[in-house]
Write a protein that binds this ligand. Structure first.
Ligand code: NAD
Length: 554
């Protein structure tokens, strides 16, 4: 497609398939053209659906999920475990298909697909399975004096039926990692893959239902029109990954029903390079973070901030590293993905018009290939410095020092992640302390996302809420606060001062019982316990000796 050609609005099709057990799966699909991606052609236009049909189908799917949740089966931890094991098996049994689908959608090299999708998803499920029994247990928070005799607990309640909407750039991982967390927490889940990565969406719609309970975890396909219809429905939680623009639409739709949401959004993630770094390593790590998946990564370093002197050194090193990685003819290298579609390709060519090209700059529309490109002399209000790049273009904006860099970052929207390359721990701390971003990563790019004990998410315009590991489980869990008392006489006697008729004596007793007391550190508690035990034993011994003495004297 050339730049003058308009993209057509996709048509909507219904596709039904019947599984071995007789279950009917309904998929609503938007047609994707062969030039956009290589997904299988859509089903016959004779099956085109009206909006009313789509709504009726969504109603039906949601109703089945609601009934499944109400039946209580997802509250059973063994059921959840079984579903997660099935999902893991699905990843293991279809690894090659997944890699092929990613190659068809993004021309993604196998190594990248293994690291950032299949291995990532497998490890995520294994992590959940190892810890699930602990996570589901009610938490026992510390108790104050007044609740000493009570049962105080935080009960982990699933929300109910949740909607998870994925994005195209990591089309499996971004959908299925939150889905696994939602399953672990005991929810039913409606899965909505991105229509833009058509081959991956097809894989998800056709393969997952063979592994997961179909009433609890249905897959719904479609584009913006269908997602908008879906969002008219009432969910108990919505988890969305995608652009900030659509994130606002999702948030507004959720607001109608006060539905809680997690929004995993995008933005510009800056990368500051200090003159103290070992530059070759820094350049490699930055370029890898920028070029994996052809720059179409929400946490790719979006632009560089450094001094003029560092800019020149960076360019020299970058040229050498690119040659080492991709050879003289980058287009022929199998190790660089392609831009997802013509829309994004044309958008990126537009962004390349800012400043001056210091490295790269070649492109080929027939393959949606863009050479890794470094831009210099860009201005703060150039589009490439204002909108998220999401492609293999790396602008360098020069600043005098770290202080200027911090000022520059703080004058803009809060990034999803901030990268700092420096040998000075003091300087790294300055950035961490004086800026706000979803995550922070020093002397590395991207890898923070793989630390499953860290929450992953944005702040401000880069998102709200977080997930990964236990944070994912907690995201999809309502923390129900529970107080359990008994009806025994002692407790009732102590609490009876609250009943009318009120009096000063009752008020002062209540204020004594309710008074906040500084908790004793554990160290003191053991001493208090030992002292109590000593007093108790002394008392018992004296009592015993007394009884013996008396019985002897009798
Ligand atoms: P996308 O076009 O695939 O859209 C995401 C989802 O939103 C899709 O399922 C799509 O069907 C739906 N959608 C699109 N338009 C809609 C509309 N008008 N109404 C309702 N639903 C709609 O993906 P994208 O938005 O182009 O994704 C790229 C963006 O996502 C980038 O900004 C990137 O930074 C961000 N992203 C963020 C993360 C994260 O974890 N924070 C991860 C990946 C991508």
């Amino acid at each position: 497609m050339d730049s003058n050609q308009k993209e057509t609005i996709p048509e909507i099709y219904v596709k039904t398939s019947t599984l071995d057990d007789g279950t009917t799966i309904i998929n609503i699909e938007a047609e994707t053209t062969e030039s956009e991606n290589n997904a299988a052609p859509p089903t016959s236009p004779a099956n085109a659906l009206s909006q009313a049909d789509i709504m009726a189908n969504f109603d039906d799917i949601l109703q089945r999920a609601r009934l499944a949740f109400a039946s209580g089966k997802t509250r059973n931890v063994s059921f959840r475990r079984k579903q997660l094991e099935n999902l893991l098996r699905c990843y293991e049994e279809h690894e090659n298909e997944i890699i092929s689908a990613l190659e068809a959608d993004l021309r993604r090299p196998k190594q990248e697909s293994l690291i950032v999708e299949t291995e990532f998803m497998k490890n995520d499920i294994k992590h959940i399975l190892y810890h699930l029994d602990d996570w589901v247990k009610p938490e026992k928070p510390s108790k104050s004096f007044v609740n000493m005799l009570d049962d105080v607990q935080i009960f982990n309640d699933p929300f109910g039926v949740v909607l998870v909407i994925g994005a195209w750039n990591y089309p499996l991982q971004l959908l299925l990692v939150p889905v696994a967390a939602a399953i672990a927490a005991g929810n039913c889940v409606i899965l909505k893959p991105s229509e833009i990565a058509g081959n991956c969406a097809k894989f998800i719609a056709e393969t997952l239902p063979k592994y997961l309970d179909n009433d609890c975890y249905p897959v719904v396909c479609g584009g913006p029109t269908e997602t908008a219809e879906l969002l008219n429905q009432r969910f108990d939680y919505i988890f969305y990954t995608g652009s900030t623009r659509v994130g606002k639409i999702v948030h507004a739709a959720a607001n109608k029903h006060l539905t809680p949401t997690t929004l995993e959004l995008g933005g510009k993630s800056p990368c500051y390079i200090d003159k103290s770094v070992e530059l070759r390593t820094a350049v490699k790590r930055i370029l890898w973070g920028k070029l994996i998946n052809c720059g179409q990564t929400c946490i790719a370093p979006d632009y560089i901030l450094c001094s003029k002197e560092m800019e020149q050194k960076f360019i020299v090193e970058a040229k050498e590293v690119l040659k080492e990685w991709y050879g003289d003819n980058i287009q022929s290298s199998p190790d660089l993905s392609r831009v997802i579609n013509q829309n994004n390709f044309q958008r990126l060519l537009g962004l390349m018009k800012a400043g001056r090209i210091a490295v790269g700059g070649k492109f080929d529309a027939s393959e949606r290939f863009i050479e890794p490109t470094i831009l210099v002399d860009v201005k703060p209000n150039d589009p490439v410095m204002e909108e998220e790049i999401f492609g293999p273009i790396l602008p360098i904006f020069t600043v005098e020092n770290a202080y200027d860099a911090i000022k520059f970052i703080n004058a803009r929207e809060k990034p999803l992640v901030l990268y700092v390359f420096s040998n000075s721990q003091k300087l790294i701390k300055e950035f961490k302390k004086n800026t706000t971003s979803g995550g922070f990563c020093s002397n590395e790019t991207i890898m923070h996302v793989g630390v499953d004990t860290l929450p992953f998410g944005g702040v401000g315009m880069s998102g709200m809420g977080s997930y990964h590991g236990k944070y994912g489980f907690d995201t999809f869990t309502h923390k129900k606060s529970c107080l359990g008392k008994n009806l025994a006489l002692l407790g009732e006697k102590m609490a009876s001062a609250r009943y009318p008729p009120y009096s000063d004596r009752k008020a002062s007793l209540l204020s004594f019982l309710l008074r906040k007391r500084r908790p004793l550190p554990n160290f003191y508690l053991t001493h208090v316990f030992a002292l109590g035990l000593g007093i108790g034993l002394t008392f018992l011994t004296n009592y015993y000796l007394q009884v013996r003495k008396e019985s002897k004297s009798n």
